[in-house]
Design a protein around this ligand. Structure first.
Ligand SMILES: Nc1ncnc2c1ncn2[C@@H]1O[C@H](COP(=O)(O)OP(=O)(O)OP(=O)(O)O)[C@@H](O)[C@H]1O
Length: 611
């Protein structure tokens, strides 16, 4: 590090110390009067970055720092990540024409310290990066826009290597991704420009976002919920729903909301939970066989027409009574080609509304009757993660719960059932949104290229390629045929999980399979015990999570064992559940099987063997 770089780093460390002291002071709170002591909600954390820019029409440049919490340090301005001006630091569209001169990113050290900084000139360097401290004259002028990294020269920052290879990736991202997987955390330090632009997209326009596995869709969904409700933004929203696939997903993402969002403004929930709350169904419930018309838009039309007609005769119509009428009505809007099957299915339904509540598969039907008949509390904005899995009737329900706009995030390649909507166009139509193109997320943040390419063989009409894979090539999946190895399938799966758990002592390992029961009972017989959230612990402190693909949606692990791929539910040309399972692995994937592998995998293995 040059003398000048040392001076700059020390200066920034001093500013950071002053900033932290400011936060500390403010978090102690203020005595409003004799009885009331007000404590603002302050999250401690070091400065994130710094910006110099010239706004249109201004005679001089402006400089400010960016951090999680805003502060005024005697004239040195620190703005919040959610403030409009933070777009200059984070946003993709900020080029030279925007007036932006330079961005400085801080690398976090131990505790809340800053240990290094890296400058990114957006225009040809025009003198010292920032007005304080002033560089010696010899170091002031460079001619090309450049990224200069001011860490010690003997340890060149890998962040810069990433920046060189992957032009749009924020320095430090790869190191972040190589850390053991935990619950999702706030990622303000490495939020990517393409992600920020979607996080901070206009709240008044509906947003649909398509991204392959691991492109940061959940990161965008969660950070957007926090941004929309943030009080450092003009007109923050007060009541945003963040809806995902499962309650385990809810626990996975909660730390982001707890850290970043204004308390009490974001409701984290799952669609089953939304429905259960509306209809007051029991938590424990059985589930009948899947039936496509139980979730279809024509069923929705049938119910809506029935409610309109019955209400004329019976203004006090209840969902209970409407359900009974539904069981008898001849006026069904089901296409002729499906009508016989539909009527047969209807004959199997419980005769009482109370009995129907006990069947999870009937919740969409009952919930839709409720939202048609009873006023519901609505949200200012609804964000849906894993939107590809919702079925038409579920979209019709949600449309009644949102008085504002939408952020819809998903991957149509991970569709788990043919009952779900076929694509973004159909979703937009069901919600009455204007037609338009969805936004795309392109960078790959979870999963190495070797694993994502392997999983991509299941996708038709696309290779599933992301624009870049921050984790690089990695190891190809290990495929183990239990029969050839003369082992039992389940025993081999658990042995692999135990091996991977030892290899990732601080990380997370999952076994994903449709055969959860036999794997679980084998584990129990061999000294493993089951805890909460599908979590198993066993001999020598080894651990794994045992899940179906459906339960694994939106989650991630350092290493994954996928057991018996050909048992995963597949639709013609659509291998969503298996694709989801394979792409939960960040670094290592093992496939254990005894039956023939699915044809797409066999073809892929043949092709790669020839190379
Ligand atoms: N900007 C970022 N900085 C650091 N880590 C990131 C960033 N973006 C994404 N990641 C990490 O990449 C992983 C995948 O992100 P995320 O879960 O949001 O992807 P996804 O598109 O929702 O994936 P899937 O659809 O497969 O569930 C997570 O571990 C997340 O923390």
């Amino acid at each position: 590090m040059s003398e000048q770089e040392r001076v700059v780093l020390e200066h920034e460390q001093d500013v950071n110390t002053a900033y932290l002291a400011n936060l500390e002071r403010r978090s102690a709170g203020y005595q409003i009067d004799d009885r009331v002591h007000w404590r603002p909600r302050i999250t401690m954390g070091p400065l994130i970055g710094r910006v110099r820019m010239r706004y249109d029409g201004d005679a001089a440049d402006e400089e400010f720092y960016v951090a999680e919490t805003a502060a005024d340090l005697d004239g040195t301005e620190v703005i919040s990540w959610a403030a409009p001006a933070a777009a200059a630091y984070y946003g993709k569209r900020f080029g030279a024409e925007s007036g932006l001169r330079i961005r400085r990113r801080f690398a976090k050290g131990a505790g809340h310290a800053i240990e290094a900084y890296a400058d990114e000139w957006v225009v040809p360097a025009d003198g010292p990066a920032f007005s304080t401290p002033v560089a010696p004259a010899s170091e002031r002028v460079a001619t090309e826009p450049a990224v200069s990294d001011h860490t010690a020269p003997e340890s060149p920052s890998p962040a810069v290597a990433v920046q060189d290879a992957l032009p749009d990736v924020v320095p430090g991202t790869e190191q972040e991704l190589r850390k053991p997987r935990t619950s999702l955390r706030a990622l303000l330090r490495t939020l990517q420009p393409e992600q920020y632009d979607l996080v901070a997209a206009s709240p008044t326009k509906p947003l649909t976002i398509q991204g392959y596995a691991g492109t940061g869709k959940t990161v965008v969904a969660t950070h957007r919920a926090a941004w929309l409700t943030h009080t450092d933004r003009e007109q923050p929203l007060r009541n945003v729903a963040l809806i995902g696939p499962t309650t385990t997903w809810g626990r996975h993402i909660r730390p982001v909301i707890d850290e970043l969002a204004t308390p009490g403004t974001v409701t984290i929930t799952s669609l089953p939970e939304v429905m259960r709350t509306i209809i007051g169904a029991p938590e424990r419930n059985a589930s009948s066989d899947d039936f496509i018309d139980a979730y279809s838009a024509p069923l929705g039309t049938t119910l809506a027409k029935l409610v309109t007609k019955q209400r004329k005769a019976d203004p006090g119509l209840t969902p209970q009574r409407a359900y009974e009428v539904f069981l008898r009505t001849n006026e069904v809007s089901i296409p002729v080609s499906r009508r016989t099957e539909f009527l047969q299915w209807r004959r199997t339904l419980p005769l009482s509304y109370e009995a129907a509540l006990g069947d999870r598969k009937l919740w969409p039907l009952l919930t839709y009757l409720s939202v048609l008949l009873e006023p519901q509390a609505t949200y200012d904005h609804v964000i849906i993660d894993e939107a590809q899995d919702l079925r038409p009737l579920e979209w019709l329900i949600l449309a009644h719960l949102n008085s504002g706009t939408w952020t819809l995030v998903g991957d149509v390649h991970q569709r788990r059932t043919s009952h779900a909507t076929r694509g973004w166009k159909e979703i937009r139509k069901l919600l009455g949104l204007p037609t338009g193109e969805e936004e795309s997320l392109l960078g790959g943040y979870r999963t190495t290229r070797a694993i994502i390419d392997f999983a991509g063989c299941l996708l038709t009409g696309t290779k599933g390629h992301r624009a870049y894979d921050v984790l690089g090539e990695g190891e190809p999946p290990l495929i183990l045929n239990a029969m050839q190895l003369d082992r039992e399938l389940v025993e081999l799966a658990i042995a692999e999980a135990a091996r991977l758990s030892a290899a990732h002592p601080k990380g997370k390992v999952a076994v994903i399979t449709p055969q959860v029961r036999p794997v679980g009972s084998y584990a129990k017989r061999h000294g493993w015990s089951e805890g909460e959230d599908h979590y198993w612990s066993g001999p020598d402190g080894r651990r794994f999570t045992l899940l179906t693909s459906e339960e694994a949606r939106g989650l991630e692990f350092d290493a994954v064992v996928v057991v018996e791929p050909s048992d995963f539910k597949a639709m013609p040309g659509d291998n969503g559940p298996l694709y989801t399972a394979l792409t939960r692995a960040n670094l290592e994937l093992v496939i254990v099987h005894e039956r023939v592998l699915p044809p797409a995998i066999v073809r892929h293995l043949r092709k790669t063997a020839k190379r």
